[in-house]
Design a binder for this molecule. Structure first.
Ligand code: GLA
Length: 394
């Protein structure tokens, strides 16, 4: 009997399976709005997502990041900020759900969040119950103010708390890669941040003294060696997107394409209520999204790199491949790629593109048209900080 009890409680402690068989897609408030969040913004964002083509393209989560909090009541229950969220989280969640979307929220494993709001430390089971009662579908769980906590243990606690609360929620582990979450995260959450915070630049580092923010190229370089850890229901998260937040259209396109090659979560971080047509076109490019959302869930890899030009490959279902040429320099560069002289072998997945045996049709995913086959060398030019993103199919 004792053995039975121990076994069954052990079996009950787990993450909610199969909530992220492909990388999660949605929107998060932080990159654009920081602490300026309120229910009007969230409702308007849900309205926009439901009608502007993003929902049809697969975006589903509306995630409020830090600073939604008010204070805890005398029993310890957390409440949203009374002026910024006057109708409360349940009403907001119902609104989001009424649009066919899902609702995400943010907390922190420490005493306080990164912006100094109440954290969940010591209140994990209570907060999990509260979120479940609000109808939350996704929890991003941050790592500020966690002195003396062990990361794996802290995330395990919130995982178990969510499971016991009984409402399936995606768990987004956000400890910036400090404690190698890729080594333990798959059993605990559905995605884990691999780096510190992104910044809306293509190639820069913003030094805040005690912490740094990273440009797209810097974050890309930090993904090396991590692809083996990602797959359906457990993804590397190179941070939320900065598309539409101030980079050039070329840079936004390259950023988005590379996140797709990485099978990264596609969490928009711009003001989707009022964006340029070009931004929406990037965010809703179905063929690029299909690379990210490919059911095999194999993260892409850097195949070759020379003179600021990187060539990335990603195996796809049915023997297709995504190939992305990334021009890291600011200057337009010529590309000449003789498929016949190449063989892309992915040791990790055991997949191989045999160009001498198979003539693949090449589709340009930004031009949205077929541009030839792999029988002939590819010759083209790529503008600075831009990509040529292709799908090869038999
Ligand atoms: C950390 C996270 C960010 C954001 C802020 C909120 O820096 O990495 O993504 O959630 O906290 O304060």
């Amino acid at each position: 009997m004792l053995l039975f009890t121990i076994t069954s409680s052990f079996v009950n402690a787990q993450k909610f399976d199969s909530l992220a068989l492909t990388p999660p897609m949605g929107w998060n408030s932080w990159n654009k709005f920081g602490c300026n969040v309120n229910e009007e913004l969230i409702r308007e964002t849900a309205d926009a997502m439901a009608t502007n083509g993003m929902k049809d393209a697969g975006y589903i989560y509306i995630n409020i990041d830090d600073c939604w909090h008010g204070s805890r009541d005398s029993l310890g229950f957390i409440h949203p900020h009374p002026e910024h969220f006057p109708t409360g989280m349940k009403a907001l969640s119902d609104y989001i759900h009424s649009k066919g979307l899902k609702f995400g929220i943010y907390s922190d494993a420490g005493w306080e969040t990164c912006a100094g709001k109440p954290g969940s430390r010591g209140r994990e089971y209570q907060d999990a119950l509260t979120y479940a009662g609000w109808g939350v579908d996704y929890l991003k769980y941050d790592w500020c103010n966690t002195e003396a906590l062990n990361a794996e243990g802290a995330y395990l606690t919130i995982r178990d708390a969510l499971y016991e609360a009984g409402r399936p929620m995606v768990l987004s582990i956000c400890e910036w890669g400090n404690n190698k979450p890729w080594e333990w995260g798959a059993e605990i959450g559905h995605l884990w941040r691999t780096t510190g915070d992104i910044y809306h630049c293509f190639d820069c580092v913003i030094d805040h003294g005690t912490w740094k923010q990273w440009g797209v190229e810097q974050i890309l370089d930090m993904q090396e060696g991590l692809r083996q850890y990602a797959g359906p229901d457990h993804w590397n998260d190179p941070d939320m997107m900065e598309v539409g937040n101030g980079m050039s259209v070329n840079e936004d396109r390259a950023h988005f394409s590379m996140w797709c090659m990485l099978a990264a979560p596609l969490i928009a971080g711009n003001d989707i209520r009022a964006m340029q047509e070009e931004t929406l076109e990037i965010l809703t490019n179905n063929e690029a999204i299909a690379i990210d959302q490919d059911p095999l869930g194999i993260q892409g890899f850097k195949y070759e790199s020379a003179d600021s030009m990187e060539i990335w490959f990603k195996p796809l279902q049915d023997g297709d491949w995504a190939v992305c040429f990334l021009n890291r320099s600011r200057q337009t560069q010529q590309v000449e790629f003789n498929w016949q002289a190449k063989n892309a072998i992915d040791k990790l997945s055991g997949r191989k593109a045999s160009f001498e045996k198979t003539s693949y049709t090449i589709r340009d995913l930004w031009l949205k048209k077929n541009i030839g086959t792999t029988n002939k060398p590819l010759k083209t030019t790529i503008p600075g900080h831009d990509v040529l993103m292709l799908r090869l199919f038999d």
